[in-house]
Design a protein around this ligand. Structure first.
Ligand code: FES
Ligand SMILES: [Fe+2]
Length: 442
């Protein structure tokens, strides 16, 4: 299995993907090693753990981790597994503490994971235990980008800046450049019986809304659906493809819209969203193409940011056919109560367990996963080839991007990069041998 060339499972040119990658338990186990234990995974937003001792629990693949504000003011990312017998040392999803005390035999650990207390150290261990050697396991590297804290379990991983590249940065900027942001307390979590990759590739899928979400549109539950063509913008789409599998795909502001807003006497009155993007600091950070995207970024492997930059979602694998979705909702720190209520209202009704859209999506992903399980069914690859070979990458302004209509370039790119990650023996091999983002035809 480990020596398999996973590029055989993905045909980039035609957009064909072998169905077995969605249910095969051996492939899933290798994904935990080769993707999640190597990648930079989002673990916490700094606003969630402002004070020393504040912590938030998360997952890095199959490992549960505690992201905790340490005494130096940094963030330690610790494995939630006692070094004695492996028990969980923390049971709450978030909170504040001075130490993590294991409920089994009482070993206690400091905010940096160091072992500070062992009941019976003198009497039972006869002082024969070097505490310095038995602290909690920890992430190999932890870094923050504009308040978004990422961690990797691989000491050889490239730095976070190189990992994110231009596309990953622009994706996070869609939230970070809105102002001083904080996560509203209460991460919404629910499980869907699907493979995590099907939930990931859906981020780029602007083909399904008018079909899958037609009932939501017809119900006009939100004023944004008064003109679905405007929201889903099937004919004005932009795609940005980044190194290591990051991408952004979805509607865009056209050059004409940018021109109209930037030359208006009061740009905010014409389009508040776009006029905020045109502010010098924001446009400089996001770049000439980045500031025009209204698509969905995915920070590979599994962090989705919504097009308004109001929410983001982790698609956390919990088995080949089980995915946990964690929704984080953002708001400007200085927002008034009315805006806060509005944001929460949308956040509760659009996505998440009670979200009108996510109920449609979850049902589809479950059935797609089930459909990849059959012995005979697996003989037929899935099709991700919409638009393949028909579009051109522009580097106008220095940022590679594709302006087109509804397409499946983002999905194809995700699986192509997935195959690179799965085929590489280690980080140096991945760094040396992975697909460069396309610069001509896609
Ligand atoms: S398992 Fe934690 S103290 Fe024994
Ligand atoms: Fe959807």
């Amino acid at each position: 299995m480990n020596q398999r060339d996973f590029r055989q499972y993905v045909n980039w040119e035609e957009g064909l993907v072998d169905r077995s990658i969605f249910t095969d338990p051996e492939i899933y186990a290798l994904e935990m090693e080769r993707i999640f234990a190597r990648a930079w995974n989002f673990v916490v937003h700094e606003s969630q753990i402002p004070e020393v001792g504040d912590y938030f629990m998360n997952w890095i693949g199959s490992d549960q981790v505690i992201a905790v504000r340490n005494k130096q003011g940094g963030v330690s990312v610790l494995l939630n597994s006692c070094r004695h017998r492996g028990n969980a040392v923390c049971r709450a999803e978030q909170g504040r503490t001075k130490t993590f005390v294991c409920p089994y035999h009482g070993w206690s650990f400091g905010l940096d994971g160091e072992l500070i207390g062992v009941p019976g150290l003198k009497d039972f261990y006869r002082d024969d235990l070097d505490k310095a050697q038995w602290g909690l396991g920890r992430a190999a590297q932890v870094e923050s980008y504009k308040g978004f804290v990422f961690a990797t379990m691989d000491a050889e991983a490239v730095g976070l800046g190189e990992y994110l590249g231009d596309v990953g940065r622009v994706g996070i900027d869609m939230i970070a450049e809105r102002g001083e942001m904080e996560v509203i307390d209460g991460v919404q979590k629910n499980r869907i019986a699907c493979n995590w990759k099907l939930a990931v590739d859906n981020m780029y899928d602007w083909y399904h809304p008018m079909i899958s979400h037609k009932s939501a549109v017809q119900a006009k539950y939100s004023p944004i659906f008064d003109d679905p063509d405007h929201v889903f913008a099937p004919n004005t789409q932009m795609v940005m493809l980044g190194e290591y599998g990051h991408g952004i795909g979805g509607p865009m502001f056209t050059r004409e819209q940018v021109e109209e807003v930037s030359s208006a006497p009061d740009p905010h009155a014409v389009d508040p969203f776009l006029s905020a993007r045109l502010a010098p600091k924001v446009s400089e950070s996001m770049g000439p193409a980045g500031l025009r995207t209204k698509g969905h970024p995915n920070i590979f492997p599994n962090l989705w940011i919504t097009l308004t930059g109001m929410q983001m979602c982790l698609r956390i694998p919990r088995g080949p056919e089980e995915t946990e979705l964690w929704w984080f909702t953002f708001i400007e720190k200085d927002a008034d109560e009315t805006s806060r209520k509005n944001v929460l209202n949308v956040a509760s009704h659009m996505f998440g367990p009670a979200g009108l859209l996510e109920q449609d999506d979850g049902e589809n992903w479950e059935q797609c996963t089930r459909g990849t399980r059959g012995v005979a069914g697996r003989r037929y690859p899935l099709h991700f080839g919409m638009g393949a070979g028909h579009d051109t990458v522009s580097t106008d302004g220095g940022q590679a991007h594709i302006e087109t209509k509804v397409n499946e370039h983002g999905q194809r790119w995700t699986y192509r990069c997935w195959a690179d990650w799965m085929s590489a023996a280690d980080w140096p091999a991945l760094r040396a041998d992975h697909a460069a983002p396309p610069t001509d035809r896609v």
